[in-house]
Design a protein around this ligand. Structure first.
Ligand SMILES: Nc1ncnc2c1ncn2[C@@H]1O[C@H](COP(=O)(O)OP(=O)(O)OP(=O)(O)O)[C@@H](O)[C@H]1O
Ligand SMILES: Nc1nc2c(ncn2[C@@H]2O[C@H](COP(=O)(O)O)[C@@H](O)[C@H]2O)c(=O)[nH]1
Length: 211
C-alpha cells in the first residue's frame, strides 16, 4: 500500500515519461504524431528539433523544426546545448536541452521524433523515455510513400532508403524498442499507437486533474 503510494508520488515528481518515435523516413511518424498531438493536445508536447535542412512547403519555423545554418547549429552543439545530434541524409538534426525542458516544464509528455543515431544517443542519457518504432509494411511501400510525398531529390531519396534498411535492422535488436507499430492501414496503426501509450496518457491526465 505504502509502496504503491510512494511509486505514484515518485513518478508524479519525476514528471511524465517522454516518448521517442523512430523508424525509417517515410514510415509515417509525422502523420501519426500529428493525429496523436491533435487528440491529446492537453497531455502531449512536441520537442521541436533543430535542423539544417530547408523547410518543406507548409512547415513552420519553431513548430516543425528550428531551421538553422550549419554554423549556428555547430556552435550550439559545441556550447553543450544539445542532448543529441546526428547527420541524416546530409543534414544536421538535433534535440536541444531547451526543446525538452520547454515541454517538461508544462508537465506534458515530451514527444521526440528522431533517427536511430538519436535513439542510440538518448539511451546514454537519463531521459528514460518509452521507445516506439514506426515501420512501413514493406520497403516497396516505403519507397512509394517517399516518392509520392515529392519532398526529396532522387539523391536524397536513395540516401533515405539506404538509411531505412539500417533503421529496420536496428529495430530488430532485442530490447531497443518498447513497441513496434507497422503503419499499413493508418487507422489501425493509430489504434495500436494509442494502445501503447494509453497508460502513460491516462496517468498524466489523472495527475494534471488532481493538481
Ligand atoms: N498509413 C498510410 N497509408 C498511406 N500513406 C501514408 C500512411 N501513413 C503516412 N502516409 C504518407 O506517407 C508519406 C510519409 O509519411 P510521413 O511524412 O508521416 O513519414 P515520416 O516517417 O514522418 O517521414 P520523415 O522521417 O521523412 O519525416 C506522407 O506523404 C504520408 O501522407
Ligand atoms: N537524431 C535526430 N534525428 C532527428 C531529429 N529530428 C528529426 N530527426 C530525424 O531525421 C529524419 C529526417 O527527418 P525529415 O523531417 O528531414 O524527413 C527522420 O528520421 C527524423 O526522425 C533530431 O532532433 N535528432
Amino acid at each position: 500500500m505504502y509502496m504503491r503510494h510512494f511509486a505514484r508520488l515518485f513518478s508524479a515528481m519525476a514528471g511524465p515519461r517522454p516518448v521517442v518515435f523512430s523508424g525509417p523516413s517515410g514510415a509515417g511518424k509525422s502523420t501519426l504524431l500529428k493525429k496523436l498531438m491533435k487528440e491529446y493536445d492537453s497531455v502531449l508536447g512536441f520537442s521541436v528539433s533543430h535542423t539544417t535542412r530547408n523547410p518543406r512547403p507548409g512547415e513552420e519555423n519553431g513548430k516543425d523544426y528550428h531551421y538553422v545554418t550549419r554554423e549556428v547549429m555547430q556552435a550550439a552543439i559545441n556550447k553543450g546545448e544539445f542532448i543529441e545530434s546526428a547527420v541524416f541524409s546530409g543534414n544536421m538534426y538535433g534535440t536541444s536541452k531547451a526543446a525538452v525542458q520547454d515541454v517538461q516544464a508544462k508537465n506534458l509528455i515530451c514527444i521526440l521524433d528522431i533517427d536511430m543515431q538519436g535513439v542510440k544517443n538518448i539511451k546514454g542519457t537519463d531521459l528514460n523515455p518509452i521507445y516506439i518504432s514506426i515501420q512501413p509494411p514493406s520497403m516497396a511501400v516505403l519507397e512509394k510513400r517517399l516518392r509520392d510525398r515529392k519532398t526529396e531529390s532522387e539523391e536524397n531519396l536513395q540516401k533515405r532508403l539506404h538509411a531505412a534498411m539500417l533503421e529496420m535492422d536496428f529495430s530488430k535488436e532485442p530490447g531497443v524498442f518498447d513497441a513496434i507499430v507497422v503503419n499499413d492501414n493508418l487507422e489501425e496503426a493509430y489504434g495500436q499507437l494509442k494502445q501503447a501509450l494509453l497508460e502513460e496518457i491516462n496517468n498524466v491526465k489523472k495527475i494534471n486533474m488532481s493538481s
